[in-house]
Design a protein around this ligand. Structure first.
Ligand code: ZN
Length: 432
């Protein structure tokens, strides 16, 4: 009787084992990857879990010095391969001074169509991690069955191979390590509460809008301790924010290796300031940004526009594009105005952070001196597109739209081209 029961149990376990092996094999074959993307464990011991969160079971532990292949990234967690079959998740913030290094042989691909989804897995039903658009470049990691695994904006994901053209270039940047500086939280809904203690009864420190950026301090259970950009510290529930890694700002060594976000001010229902003849600011900010974009693209830079037509883009979204793409420079284009017309003239370059933004502002302002309007130099400016921006960013006021003399320049193609040339020269200087 006893023996028989043991035998039945053994048989049951054997069947379970077979199922487990089959599952591991299936999983393993779906994620056969080249060993391109590695992280190194710096903490003494790190738990590997079955999913991207502290609530998932511990699958294994890895020790300091262990190198792991990264398959994907989600909310600050890395999906890693432990051996040929085992796949688990490690918390990025437990890997002290984590480095992600890629081999030098990675080819560069160019997206050949608009709005290409980057999927977590090689399937159109998998979660979409990001969207790339025509002419953006990605690093090709691995190709299989009509799908290509790519690195794009520090995210590793999959695109359908027919949406890519392979170029002969290789990704030199990929050999450089991208160090993670810390984490940023972004609220997912309006009326998000920042509380004094890490629970629903905690006193409210602040009520935050949707898309508000916060600096992550630490995790306490299901809560994050975080700091707002104006210095308030409190706790926010982890289910009402998204958590993303902030890459350390390492200046590329040339403009051709840089990602530049250009932000044409206003757009859509927001017209901006008016010229004396009733022309909208939004029209000229776009015209200038487009001139700058084509000049920088000619120089090989990866240019991302916050808008490329007359559309509304929220003030919160603009710095978010810069943060999410780890922009090496963000430039917002505007034209000033005064209450009564013909009252002021000239160009001003605004920065928010002295350490992060003012070196870029200085180089830009220096080159803008070549323009035919008075250069009023650099100045501190408390603008949301700069304040909420974790990347080097500036805002340019390129003349007074309701001053006749300035508007005659603003509305001319030659002035717009001169701005593009000055920005190109300034960035060349900044990235050298
Ligand atoms: Zn403006």
């Amino acid at each position: 009787m006893e023996n028989k029961r043991i035998l039945i149990n053994l048989k049951k376990y054997f069947n379970l084992l077979l199922i487990a092996i089959a599952l591991f094999l299936a999983l393993g074959s779906a994620v056969v990857l080249a060993d391109q993307n590695k992280i190194e464990v710096k903490a003494t011991v790190v738990n590997v879990r079955t999913g991207p969160g502290l609530s998932y079971d511990i699958l294994d532990k890895v020790k300091s010095g262990t190198q792991l292949d990264v398959i994907s990234q989600k909310n600050g967690w890395y999906q890693v391969r432990l051996d040929k079959a085992k796949i688990g998740w490690v918390a990025g913030w437990l890997l002290n001074s984590t480095e992600i290094g890629l081999n030098s042989s990675n080819k560069v691909g160019k997206i050949n169509t608009t709005n290409v989804s980057i999927y977590q897995q090689a399937s159109t039903t998998a979660a979409v991690l990001d969207t790339a658009t025509v002419n953006q470049t990605v690093t090709i990691l691995y190709t299989t069955n009509g799908w290509t695994q790519v690195k794009y904006n520090n995210i590793v994901g999959w695109v359908q191979s027919n949406t890519l053209n392979t170029t002969n270039a290789t990704d030199d940047n990929a050999t450089q390590n991208t160090a993670i500086q810390g984490y940023r939280l972004t609220t997912k809904q309006a009326d998000t509460k920042l509380r004094k203690t890490a629970n629903m009864n905690g006193a409210i420190v602040a009520t935050l809008d949707n898309d508000t950026p916060l600096t992550y301090i630490k995790s306490v259970g299901q809560w994050y301790q975080a700091k707002t950009n104006d210095g308030q510290v409190g706790y926010v529930a982890n289910w009402v924010v998204t958590k993303t890694a902030v890459a350390e700002i390492v200046k590329p060594t040339s403009l051709a290796k840089a990602t530049i976000v250009l932000d044409p001010g206003h757009g859509g229902s927001d017209s901006g300031a008016l010229s004396n003849s009733g022309q909208y600011e939004k029209k000229y900010t776009l015209a200038v940004a487009q001139q700058v974009a084509s000049r920088l693209r000619e120089a090989g830079a990866n240019v991302i526009m916050t808008r490329s037509s007359d559309q509304s883009v929220s003030l919160a979204k603009r710095p978010q594009i810069s943060n999410n793409t780890n922009a090496d420079a963000f430039i917002s284009f505007h034209f000033d105005s005064t209450e009564s017309s013909n009252d002021a003239s000239g160009i001003t370059t605004y920065y928010y952070s002295k350490s992060k933004d003012s070196p870029l502002a200085k180089d830009l302002s220096q080159q803008l001196s070549s323009l035919p309007l008075t250069n009023k130099g650099t100045q501190y400016g408390d603008y949301q597109v700069l304040r909420d921006n974790v990347r080097p960013s500036v805002l340019l006021e390129l003349g007074y739209i309701n001053t006749k003399k300035d508007f005659s320049k603003i509305s001319s193609t030659s002035y717009q081209e001169a701005i593009a040339d000055a920005v190109y020269k300034a960035l060349n200087q900044y990235f050298s």
